[in-house]
Design a protein around this ligand. Sequence first.
Ligand code: SF4
Length: 684
Amino acid sequence: SEKWIRPDRTVVTICPYCGVGCSLDLKISEDRILSVTPSRDGAVNRGQACVKGHFGLEEIIHHPDRFTTPLIKRNGQFEPASWDEALDLVARRFTEIQDRYGPDSLGAFSSSRCTNEENYLVQKLARAVFKTNNVDNCARVCHAPSVTGLAACFGSGAATNSFDQIEDADVLFIIGSNTTEAHPVVSLKIIKAARNGAKIIVADPRKIELVDRASVWLNQKPGTSIALINAMMNVILKEGLEDRDFIDRRTMGFENLQKTVEEYPPERASQITGVAAEDIIEAARLYASADKAMIIYGLGITEHTTGTSNVMSLGNLAMLTGNVGRRSTGIMPLRGQNNVQGACDMGALPNVHVGYQPVTDAGIRSKFEEAWKVALPSVPGQTSTQMIERNPGKEIRGLYILGEDPAHTEPDTNRVRSTLESLDFLVVQEIFPTETTRYADVILPAASFAECDGTFTNGERRIQRVRKAIPALCGQENWLTICQIAQRMGYPMSYGHPSEIMDEIASLAPMFAGVKFDRLDDGGLQWPIPSLDHPGTETLHAESFSCGLGRFNAVQHKYPAEQTDTEYPLILTTGRRREHYNCGSMTRRSKGIMWVWPEEAIEISPADARELEIEDGETVVVSSRRGSVKTKARVTDKSSRGMAFMSFHYQDVLTNLLTNAALDPQAKTPEYKACAVKIEKLKA
Ligand code: SF4
C-alpha cells in the first residue's frame, strides 16, 4: 500500500474544511499525497484535528472524479475541450452578454473555499472587467449578518478575540452553535475551559453535546434569540449587574436599549422562547457576574430573518456588561467555511472593495481606478441571494461561479434550479461534479487547496499561508485561470505568483498594509496589520471601538417568517454533522467518512415519533410548502417535541428543497434555521 512508501517531503498547509484554520502536514512522495496529519506546531490546533482534517483529505485530492480538463456542453452533453478553447468561449460569451444587455447582466459568485488571492481576483474580474458590483460569496448564506450586525455595534464585522483565549474565560455563553459538530477543534478549547472551572451556558433548541457540560441549558424555540437576550439584559439591569463605567465611557444609545429591554421580563420571554424564567435569570446572573465572559455563536444566530438583529442583541449584551475589548471576553462568530472571513475581507461582496472600503465612496473608488487603470461602477451590486431571485429588470444572464454549489446549498432548491436553467451562459469552476455543474455551459477544472499557493483567513482573523504541495491536477492554478478570462476580455490582469497579488492587496487596504507572504510563515498574523512592523491584533476594541463609541442597537423580537399550522405542524431546523462539509462534494467521496456517517436522516423527538407512529430507522417523506424529500427517521431526545433536524450534506436527500428563502432584510441571508414541515410514513 502507498502508506508504506517513504515520503520525500512534508508541506505544512491549512485545512480546507472549516473556519477554525487547523495546520496540517501533507506528506508527499513523487507528487502524490501519502498522508495528512495535524501539525504539532499549528498556531490554532497544536497537533489536533477533527475527523475531516484527519481522514477526509488524502483520498479526496487524488480522487478519480476530479475534473482535470475543461468541459463544454454541446447538445446537452459535456465534452472535453482544451483550456484555450474553453477560455475563448467563456470570454466571448461574457463579452456578448455585456455588450447586448449591459454590465449588470453579468455576475460572479466567489468562493469562501478559495484563497484570499483568488477571491481578490474574482472581485477584480467582476468590477474591472465585467464592470459590475454583482459579486458575492457564500458568506451571504451564513455569516453576512455577523458582518452587518457586529459592524453596527463595534464598527468591525469580525471576531473580537482569539480562539486560544476561550480556555481562560470564566463564563462561555454558547448560542446557536453546535460547536462539537461544526467546529470540533474549538470545542476542545471550550472543554478545556470547562475543566479549568469556566461555567458554560448553552442556548440551543437541540440537546447538543455541550449541554452535558453546561451549568444552564436554555432550550429555546428556533427563532427566539432576541426575546431571550433582551430578557437576560432585563434581569441584568433590574439587578444592577451592568457595567456602568463601561457604558458611560465607551458606548452610546444606552437609554433606548434600556427602554426596549424593559418590555422583556423573563416571564414574558419564557412564553416566547419556551425557556423557564428561572433559567433565563440564572444565565443572566452567571454571564453578568463573570470577570471574563465570552460569547460564542454560530449559524443558529445568523440564518434567520432576524439574523442581523440577533447579532446586534449579542453586541448589546457584551457592551452592557463591559465584556468586550479584553482578553477572554468579546464575541466569537464561528465562521463555517475555511475562508469565509477572507472572502469577505477581500471585497467579494457587492458593496465594498477589499478591506471593507465602500464602492459608493468616490475617494476610495478613484484610488482603485488609479491602481487598476479602469473606470469602476459606483452602485452596489446584487447579493448572491438576489441574483438567484432574478429581480425583474435586474436579471443576471451570464454567471461565473467559482467553487460554490448553490443548486445544493441555497434554500428552496427548485427556485435555484429554475434560475440556473434560465441563464444565457453559466460557467462553473469546480474540483468535483456537483448539483450546480449540471447546469453549466462550461465547466472549468479547479486546483484543490493542496495545489495552490496563497492564504486563508480563519475565524479569528488569522491570515495563514496555504502552500502548494503538488502541481495542479488540472494543469494550472485558479488565480491564473481568472487572469486568463480577464485577459481574453481585454483587461491586462497579470501576476507572477500569488504573493504579488497579496502585495497589491496590502497596497490598497490599510488594514492589510503590513501583510507580506514572508511575514506569515510563523503562525500567520491576525488583522488589522496596518504596517510592516505591526505584530497583528489578537484582541479588537481594547481602547476604543473601530467606530469610536460602541453603539447599542435596541431590537424587538420577531417570529420566523414561516409558522407551523395544521398541515405543516413541525419546525425543521438544519445544520452540519461533524463528519461532513457543506454540500458534501468532498466528504461524500471519502470512504472512511462515509463508513462513519453514510446517509441523511431526519431527527425527531420520541413524542413526535409516537404520535406519527414512526419507528426509528423507518423511511419517511418530509414535505414543506416548497418540496419533498424521502429520508430515514432517527428518533432521538436531541430533538424537542415539535422540532426536527436535518443536515444538508447529501445529494440524494436535498434538504434545501424544503427550506425557506425568506431573507434577513439587512444582510439578505435566508432563514435556513426554521421552516414548517410535515412528516409522513412512506405509502406502500
Ligand atoms: Fe479542519 Fe475545522 Fe476539523 Fe480543524 S476543526 S481539522 S479546520 S474541519
